[in-house]
Design a protein around this ligand. Structure first.
Ligand SMILES: Cc1cc2nc3c(=O)[nH]c(=O)nc-3n(C[C@H](O)[C@H](O)[C@H](O)COP(=O)(O)OP(=O)(O)OC[C@H]3O[C@@H](n4cnc5c(N)ncnc54)[C@H](O)[C@@H]3O)c2cc1C
Length: 441
């Protein structure tokens, strides 16, 4: 079972990034779908509100509530594993990590995923969590069915027979109801051949990146703002056997990306004047790597260093220009940035509120070490993203409201119409939804 979320001292719930803390009126952990329905109808009958929570890995206030918080870690049953259709139905509270272990036992795999697997499946899809790959969509594109419990306690089994409802429900910010089970279209198992190399940022932006992204199954790059080199990760799907060293994995993913990195950030916060040197050390510290491992072990890494993140999706053809502008912005900031920026891509999809809805997308993710101020940095990046009709990740810090977002999502009003039908009284509302979807819309 996924480690359950717990309220802390005084009944306060805090998210992973530590930038959101709130006190629900009640915190409940149902053990069945009937129990979920009962909790919703009880709260609604008293005029209250309800918000589901997964692993609290969102940086926005999307799960925040002063009403009833429903925690779903008990809902992690395995309902069906069909190795013929490769469709698997599980409780929506299961973590991505646990789901991948289940698939490995049955000779199946997810076709793509993000950088970590601590999130619940429902939480991950609800905010449009994605990985990278020009021909691959986010996790929600793999959802072919889900069960939703609406504000009146009614059960809705949503699947491809009603594509419009499925495309509203697959990325729904918890606004349509509580998702209790998901059916995921899986694929045959595969390994990834991972090649990690250093490149000049200028060369990447001058055309090299477009070639790499188009010719690699799953490519991404990281660069430390203010430095000239980027680390490019190219992951190619393969049936080659595993060829990796656990020591190398530990040195790179645990020591390099976590322990060493956390240390330099702590030093940087204490001694800001040392930041440019530290940034160069971190940027130059990683060696080229070449290995093969099971796909989920390459896609996902542990994250021990806490940070706060903003991520924007934009039309893929604008990606390099926007990255160049962000790099220039970072050079002008009063305080240098000590966390790398991550650049990824994803295929267009037809999900109403997906950041890749209707357009092949590039993604730029900016981070700051936990406890560091980010307003000037993130607002500067956001202003650049406005020029490209950028769409903020629903689970990562941003400052935009419904007025701007409505223009950036062609199916925004279609989503609102479904919301009005399933939750006319706003039982699943919270302040974040009022801001990003519009209170009276
Ligand atoms: C270290 C780290 C790495 C990350 N890496 C990536 C990445 O690679 N790619 C990416 O795109 N994002 C990434 N994220 C963002 C993260 O995937 C999303 O914020 C995700 O939504 C978190 O899932 P969760 O289970 O913690 O959900 P929460 O944060 O708990 O909830 C998210 C939303 O889902 C709703 N929700 C939760 N459960 C249900 C349910 N059962 N029914 C209905 N609504 C529900 C909540 O109400 C809320 O609106 C990362 C975040 C962190 C902290």
């Amino acid at each position: 079972m996924r480690k359950p979320m717990q309220p802390g001292r005084g009944g306060y719930v805090t998210n992973w990034g530590g930038n959101q803390s709130w006190r629900p009126s009640a915190f409940v952990r149902p053990s069945s779908e009937d129990d979920v329905a009962a909790q919703i109808t009880k709260a609604a009958a008293g005029g209250g509100t309800v918000r589901a929570i997964g692993s609290a890995h969102s940086f926005t206030a999307t799960a925040v509530t002063n009403g009833v918080q429903i925690e779903l870690s008990n809902l992690d049953e395995v309902y069906e594993v069909d190795t013929t259709t490769k469709r698997v139905t599980v409780g929506a509270g299961m973590s991505i990590l646990a789901f991948n272990e289940l698939l490995a036992q049955h000779g199946l795999a997810m076709t793509n995923m993000g950088d970590i697997g601590y999130q619940s499946l429902a939480g991950a899809v609800s905010t449009g969590t994605h990985g990278t790959g020009a021909a691959y969509g986010g996790i929600a594109t793999q959802i072919v069915g889900l069960r939703l419990i609406a504000a009146d306690g009614s059960i809705h089994d949503v699947d491809e027979s009603d594509p419009s409802l499925l495309n509203a429900a697959r990325v729904s910010l918890g606004a349509l109801g509580v998702i209790t089970r998901v059916t995921i279209q899986c694929v045959d198992p595969f390994n990834l051949h991972a090649v990690e190399t250093k490149h000049s940022l200028d060369d990447l932006l001058a055309g090299e990146w477009d070639e790499i992204a188009a010719s690699t199954d799953h490519a991404e790059f990281f660069w430390m703002p203010g430095t000239r080199n980027a680390l490019v990760k190219r992951n190619t799907r393969t049936q080659e056997p595993v060829r990796t060293s656990r020591i190398d994995h530990f040195t790179s993913r645990v020591l390099g990306e976590n322990i060493g990195f956390g240390l330099v950030n702590r030093v940087g916060r204490r001694f800001p004047a040392a930041v440019p040197t530290i940034a160069k050390l971190v940027a130059g510290g990683s060696d080229d790597r070449d290995f093969v491992d099971r796909n989920d072990k390459v896609f996902m890494s542990p994250r021990y260093v806490k940070f706060v993140e903003m991520e924007y999706g934009l039309p893929v053809e604008d990606l390099c220009e926007a990255v160049g502008r962000i790099n220039a912005l970072c050079r002008e900031l009063r305080k240098p940035i000590t966390f790398p920026i991550e650049v990824r891509v994803a295929a267009a999809d037809d999900i109403h509120l997906s950041t890749a809805s209707g357009r092949d997308s590039g993604y730029v993710a900016c981070h700051v070490y936990q406890g560091t101020s980010y307003d000037g940095y993130f607002q500067g990046v956001e202003a650049i993203m406005d020029d490209y009709a950028g769409r903020p990740h629903w689970g990562k810090v941003h400052f935009r409201t419904a007025a701007a977002l409505r223009e950036r999502y062609p199916k925004f009003d279609d989503f609102l119409a479904v919301r009005k039908r399933l939750d006319p009284e706003g039982v699943f509302a919270n302040a974040y939804l009022d801001r990003v979807l519009g209170a009276g819309l």
